[in-house]
Design a protein around this ligand. Structure first.
Ligand code: NCD
Ligand code: ZN
Length: 364
């Protein structure tokens, strides 16, 4: 069986900084990816609109130029969101929108994930002039939806976790205060978040990663498979079922691909584990495996249409750019994902880290 699809868009990924960027971008191009939203949690963060990089931050203009020089010029679309920090002002939002450089901003829970230390609490943003300016100008707010600074049972327990706290307590307030703000709830992992998004107005969407459609906390814990450790952490079977239903429902328009592919050259350390799963080179194959695992037959027009909508069509529609006129192909055949050699060192792709053989192979 061969699947021919429009090239797809990864609306949440990490290309980092420095010489390894080119390797990461190449891995994306090799998996039929026509464009990406490249996350601003670089070192230093992407916290300005224009101008040369400074010690404390890149600009969208400068980081985008680096990405293009490293291979991203081949993409049809490249979106770099502005990292919302204490230095972000409404004037910057207006300047960025007027210059055509700013399409999205990123909320990170302070210290909540890799390179999230520049973020500010959601409570400090709600009702403020930065979000009002974004709302007025149609700039998308990309949200890492986890409540920060929780400990122990509040952070993760059977009844609640950092994401459910955020979607139950912060998101309703955000929507009340900014009813027209375009929002992408990124890498959602729980039934709570999936149901929140499904019930929200049309201008609220969500990305879902391959790992959250495929795996649960049990897969991570059984053998402590740390390559599966990312944030928000994989959750429970009921959550996986809700994510699958959201992504795979016929005709749905608000859930789309965003891999959160996050390369780390060192995952496990003496005192913990870096958060992030690397799925460059293998994401559409993993998404296809998740659809099949959930009972969607990709050999039928019906199944294929649902897959295409999630992977290739909904993201562009949500971000208001055209779907790709180019095509890529995947074949139903076993394949391996080798370590990615980069100038920063080798990176282990998620399937290899899990000793998992892919059941789909890229053609060409
Ligand atoms: C991401 C990273 O490594 O940059 N890690 C992750 O676990 N997803 C950051 C993020 O998106 O949370
Ligand atoms: Zn991410």
């Amino acid at each position: 069986m061969i699947l021919t699809l429009p090239k797809w868009f990864d609306l949440h990924t990490h290309f980092r900084q420095g010489p390894a960027m080119a390797s990461y971008i190449k891995a994306h191009l090799h998996m039929g990816c026509a464009g990406a939203l490249a996350m601003p949690n670089t070192q230093p963060p992407v916290s300005r609109i224009s101008g040369a990089a400074q010690a404390d931050g890149w600009s969208i203009e400068g980081y985008s130029a680096e990405l293009r020089a490293a291979g991203a010029a081949a993409f049809e679309q490249l979106i770099v969101p502005l990292y919302l920090t204490r230095q972000t002002t409404a004037a910057m939002i207006r300047e960025g929108a007027a210059a055509g450089l700013l399409r999205a901003c990123k909320y990170y829970p302070p210290h909540g994930t890799t390179n999230a230390e520049h973020g500010l609490p959601m409570d400090d943003l709600i009702g403020g002039e930065v979000l009002h300016a974004m709302e007025e100008l149609g700039i998308v707010l990309c949200i890492h939806g986890e409540q920060h600074a929780l400990t122990g049972p509040d952070y993760l327990d059977a009844q609640q976790n950092a994401e459910t706290h955020f979607y139950r307590e912060r998101m309703p307030r955000l929507l009340d205060a900014h009813p027209r703000l375009r929002i992408v709830c990124e890498h959602i992992t729980t039934r709570t978040a999936a149901e929140f998004v499904a019930a929200a107005p049309e201008h609220v969407g969500a990305t879902i990663t391959p790992q959250h459609l495929l795996f649960t906390l049990g897969h991570l814990i059984q053998g402590l498979k740390y390559h599966l450790y990312c944030l928000p952490v994989v959750k429970f079977e009921d959550d996986r079922m809700a994510l699958r239903q959201a992504a795979m429902e016929e005709g749905q328009r608000r859930f789309f691909a965003g891999t959160d592919s996050a390369p780390h050259t060192t995952k496990a350390t003496a005192c913990g584990c870096a958060a992030g799963c690397f799925t460059g080179g293998c994401a559409p194959q993993l998404y296809a495996m998740a659809f099949e695992d959930a009972g969607v037959d990709l050999g039928t027009g019906y199944g294929r249409a649902r897959f295409e909508r999630f992977l290739c069509l909904n993201g562009p529609a949500f971000y208001s750019f055209p779907a790709s006129p180019q095509r890529f192909q995947m074949e139903k055949a076993p394949s391996q994902t080798p370590l990615l050699e980069t100038p920063a060192g080798p990176v282990t792709p998620l399937p290899t880290g899990l000793d998992l053989e892919l059941t789909w192979r890229m053609v060409g």
